[in-house]
Ligand binder design. Structure first.
Ligand code: DON
Length: 569
């Protein structure tokens, strides 16, 4: 395997052959995304991207556009867009200053370590994923309020109005949304205490149907007129707590009143001559992304080829080690001492790769966490924004599973999250993404559950280069990692980097999950010969990203795996 700068000059002939002779590329031209002169939003839904771009046409900045997009997604993409969930926003201002906003949900005051276990300390199936008890205290509305207070330039009401209009006047369903709603209608209506009639269609939803969300429009009007109080107090809060009481949930008025989104210091690190700006805890995303990049930085990945056996093997071996660290060391830093700077030291991550064998997979059983120097269907959604002044915003927001805990707050018309499943509900017990954890991520009242969301911004030579992120649970970190390397090491444009097939390893289970046709047969055989187990897995992630081109224009990368779309000017 070739290392950059010829550190450790070990080049087994087998690898040299494979790495220098990747499969002859097909002659199809590389896909190119929407090109815009100065401003762009790429999100999971064309209507939400348009809302964000229109806000910037009116003179709003990237944060204004992000706020309007978040609220629009709560309407047009109810499986993941939300006001009943939470998320993270990473900001890079045009002057190079950076910020990170944590509006992650938190455990209710009445929650506790064993709340999903029976008397024998066994996990009660589905309790942390479906129904009222699965919900964390929502953070999205306070997050948007705080973002607006610090960075907003247009009036708050202007940012809410497009979402209110979409909810009140109705909007057309896409094919994918119609089938998502049909699956919800068939399988999950039973989670509700009172049937949400607006979601019911006797003969099933189809593309082009108009859906109206009158109660949600009313809730958004309360938020427009009263700000934070429109959600965390008064009618909305009372409806939410009444919903909890009908369904044995535990979120109280006090929980809602006490919820506070927090500005945090972003995770910042170098990779070659690039700067990586990402989300700190309670997300594991930023730290794990930096660890992954540092683990492979000294290898000459550009010469090894995209999705070839040596490249995949190297990246997977880093993933295996870093996800073991994630399980042991990462949690909400307000409650647990995460060794953040130690985990992000280059020497530490290089040392983690000492046991890397370029010819053989290291079994996950042989890998445990390092000792840093100090002692569903699933839905989330990401969107990326750049405004004409060059401010950049990267937002990932979620209900966790598709339609969250499947419960609509009666009278208020929005879905609640099932984010409590992101805690380690019992040491070593896998969550819905197969992730394991322990003490660092155990449930405590008011603690935030560990996330993998990785909203990220990349700089080159002090200038904005890329805004990137994705949904996908545990695969978020590795999808962002691959997309960044596709551009930085494999020379792809933004759309090509987003379209490229993905793979994922998370330490446990000891398997590489692979998108269909991601690897050619030679690559698969080589990986299996090294001892890797491969498993075909539908699609991985929905990356929405923007690349600043050398001439200053913007290229959008909207993921073809969903309805995702770019809008810009
Ligand atoms: O915060 C997290 O890591 C998860 N709740 C994200 C869930 C997710 O991405 C589901 N979507 N595909």
């Amino acid at each position: 395997m070739i290392r950059k700068h010829f550190v450790h000059f070990i080049v087994p002939v087998f690898f040299l052959v494979l790495s220098c002779a990747p499969e002859v590329p097909t002659e199809e031209p590389a896909p190119i995304g929407l090109i815009a002169d100065s401003a762009m939003v790429v999100s999971a839904h064309p209507l939400a991207s348009k809302v964000g771009a229109d806000i910037m046409k009116k003179g709003g900045n990237a944060v204004d556009a992000a706020i309007a997009t978040q609220f629009a997604l709560a309407v047009v993409y109810p499986a993941a867009g939300n006001i009943g969930g939470g998320g993270f926003m990473v900001i890079r201002n045009a002057d190079g200053s950076t910020d990170a906003l944590d509006y992650r949900e938190k455990a209710p005051l009445a929650g506790g370590r064993d709340m999903y276990l029976d008397e024998d300390k066994n996990v009660i199936e589905d309790l942390s994923t479906k129904g009222h008890l699965a919900a964390g205290v929502p953070g999205s509305v306070d997050g948007m309020v705080k973002a607006h207070e610090k960075y907003g330039s247009l009036a708050w009401s202007e940012l809410l109005q497009p979402a209110i209009d979409l909810a009140a006047d109705g909007f057309e369903l896409t094919e994918k949304e119609a089938s998502g709603l049909n699956r919800y209608q068939e399988n999950h209506m039973d989670a509700n205490t009172i049937t949400p009639e607006f979601l019911v269609k006797e003969d099933g939803w189809k593309a082009g149907d108009i859906i109206y969300m009158k109660e949600l429009a009313h809730t958004l009007e309360l938020i427009r007129d009263q700000g934070r109080e429109g959600f965390y107090a008064g009618e909305t809060a009372e409806n939410l707590v009444a919903e909890m009481e009908r369904g044995n949930g535990i979120i109280s008025l006090e929980d809602l009143a006490r919820y506070k989104a927090k500005f945090r210091t972003p995770v910042i690190s170098e990779y070659d001559n690039y700067k990586i700006i990402s989300m700190p805890p309670p997300s594991s995303g930023g730290i794990a992304l930096v660890q992954l990049l540092q683990s492979v930085e000294d290898f000459a990945i550009d010469g090894m080829g995209h999705n070839t056996a040596p490249t995949v093997h190297l990246m997977v071996e880093a993933e295996r080690r870093i996800y073991a660290d994630r399980a042991a060391h990462l949690g909400d830093m307000d409650f647990y001492p995460v060794p953040l700077s130690e985990l992000m030291q280059k020497e530490y991550n290089v040392a983690r790769m000492d046991s890397f064998d370029p010819e053989e997979a290291t079994p996950s059983l042989a890998v445990s966490e390092g000792k840093p120097a100090v002692a569903e269907s699933m839905e989330t959604t990401h969107f990326s924004v750049i405004d004409p002044a060059g401010n950049a915003v990267s937002v990932t927001t979620t209900l966790n599973g598709g339609f969250g805990n499947k419960v609509v707050v009666a009278g208020s018309g929005f879905f609640l999250n099932n984010e409590m499943d992101d805690f380690s509900i019992k040491p070593g017990y896998p969550n819905m993404f197969g992730l394991v954890g322990g003490e660092a991520n155990a449930i405590e009242p008011e603690k935030r559950m560990l996330s993998s969301m990785t909203p990220t911004i990349v700089e080159k030579d002090g200038k904005l280069l890329m805004v990137v992120g994705t949904p996908g649970g545990s695969t978020i970190i590795t999808s962002v990692y691959q997309t960044i390397l596709n551009v930085l090491e494999h020379g792809m444009g933004m759309q090509a980097a987003v379209d490229a097939k993905r793979f994922h390893h998370q330490w446990k289970p000891d398997t590489i999950f692979v998108e269909t046709n991601a690897f050619d047969s030679t690559t698969m055989q080589s990986l299996e010969a090294m001892g890797h187990k491969l498993m075909d897995r539908g699609s991985i992630g929905r990356v929405d990203a923007i690349l600043v081109l050398p001439d200053g224009r913007l290229e959008g990368g909207a993921d073809p795996r969903g309805d995702d779309a770019a809008a810009g000017f």
